[in-house]
Design a binder for this molecule. Sequence first.
Ligand code: NAD
Length: 495
Amino acid sequence: MSVVQHWVGGAAFAGASTRTAPVYNPATGVAQREVLLATTADVDHAVATAKAAFPGWSGTSVAKRQAVMFAFREQLNARKDELAAILTNEHGKVLSDAGGEIARGLEVVELACSIPQLMKGEYSENVSTGVDVYSIRQALGVVGIISPFNFPAMVPLWFFPLAIAAGNTVVLKPSEKDPSAAIWMAELFKQCGLPDGVFNVVNGDKESVDALLEHPDVASISFVGSTPIAKYIYETASKHGKRVQALGGAKNHMLVLPDADLDLVADSAVNAGFGSAGERCMAISVVVAVEPVADALIEKIQSRMATLKVGDGTRNCDMGPLITDVHRDKVASYLEIAEQDGAEIVVDGRGIEVDGDPNGFWLGPTLIDKVPTSSKVYTEEIFGPVLSVVRVKSYDEGLALINGSQYGNGTAIFTNDGGAARRFQNEVTVGMVGINVPIPVPVGYYSFGGWKNSLFGDAKAYGTQAIPFFTREKAITSRWLDPSHGGINLGFPQN
Ligand code: NAD
C-alpha cells in the first residue's frame, strides 16, 4: 500500500514516524493508502525549514510574490479536475461538488493576487512641523494551519495563499482522513515558482497538532474543525503566546416565514441539507417552519428527496458517502435517538439503495419532523445528511430558538417581506446570514466566520480580516532634520 508522506523544503519528506493511519475511499470502504502521522521531531524539522525560508521570502519583492500567486492561480484553475478527482477519491463528495469546493478556494487565491494593494500602509504628512507618520505591514514569520476533513482543498486555501502572499512561511497540518489534496497543492505551488521551504505540509494527528501549538517558532495558528477541538486549540495556542483564529462547529437554522416561496425553500433545504452528505459547516441542519407552512413544506421537501441519487461520487450522483464507517454509524445513531425522543422520521436514510459498492460508508438523506428542542438531534451537531424540522408559531419564537443555540456559524431566512428580513439580519446572533440564500458563505473578499462557539478568537478567515491577522503593523514617526535645528527639550514634542 502506498504511503502519503509529508512535504518539507520543496520535497517529499518521510520523517521518523512509524505510526500511520489508513486513508479510505469512502465510496468503496477500502483502505487505499496510508498516511504518516508525524512525530514532534518531524514537526520541529518542518518548522525549522519554514523558519529558514522566511527571511528570503519575506524579503522578496511584493511584485515577485504576486507573480508566483498569479502562476499558482492559473495552474490551479487549469488542473482543477485532477484535484477534484483526489477530493472525490478520499472524501467521497461527488465530482461536481468537489469542483465547487475548488472554485470557492480559487476565489481566495485570486484575492491573494492583489497582495500589493492589500499590504499598503497609511501615511500622514506633517503631523508636527517636519514630522511624518506612516505605517507598514510585515509578515509574522512561520504560521501554522490545521484543517478538517470536510474541505481538504478549500479550507487550506482559505489561509495559505494570503499568508504566503503576505510574506509568511507556512506549516499546514491537513486532516489525516484525506491528506493527498494538500500535498498535491504544495507540489503545484513549487512548480509555479514558490521557493522551497515556504509552504510545508506535515501529516498527522494530535501529536503533530500539539507540536505546532507549543512550538516557540510558530507565530500564529489558523484552525478549522469541531468546537471542542477549536476551543482546545484557542486556549493552548494562546497560552503559548500565539495569535489564534479557531473556527468550530455549527448547527445552522433556516427560518421559513409563512409568506416565503415554498418551492424555493424546498429546493434550498434539500441542496443545503444534503449537499456533500451534510458534511459542511454551513449545511442547513434545522428547518424552522413558522406555521402554518410545515405540512406543505415537508411534502415538497419529501418529493424532492425522492429524486436524489446516492452513490459513488464519480458516477454522476447527487450525494456521496460519509467520511468513515465510524462517522456514518454515529450519524445513524441520531435516528434512534429521534425515535426515542418522540420525533417523526419522515424519510429514513438507513438501508438506502446506492449506485456504488455496498461496502461504502452510506447513509441516505433523512428527514425528521417535530424534533423536540430538548433532543440531542436538535442540540448536537450531527454533520451528516439529516435534516430536522422544528415547528414554531411565530417569527419571535423562531428567532429565540436560533439565538439560543450555542453555535452561530450560518443561518438563513426565507421570506418575501423585506422588513422581516431586515429585522432578522439585525436581531440574529449569527456570523453569516442568508436572505433567501441557504448557504451564505461570503465571497473571497469578505471574511468567513461565525459567532459564539463557532469561532474562538477575533479574526475570521480570508477576506478583509486576513491581512491584519497574517501581518504585524509597524507605525513609524520620521523627521529629517534641518541642519540648523538643535537644542534640548525633555517634553513631548508638540506642533
Ligand atoms: P476535528 O475537530 O475532528 O479535526 C480537525 C483537525 O484537528 C484535524 O486536522 C485533526 O487531525 C485535528 N484534531 C482532531 N482531534 C484533535 C485533538 N484531540 N487534538 C488536536 N488536534 C486534533 O474536525 P473534523 O471532523 O475533521 O471536521 C468536521 C468539523 O469541522 C465539524 O464540526 C465542522 O462543523 C467543522 N468545520 C467548521 C468550519 C467552519 O468554518 N466553522 C468549516 C469546516 C468544518
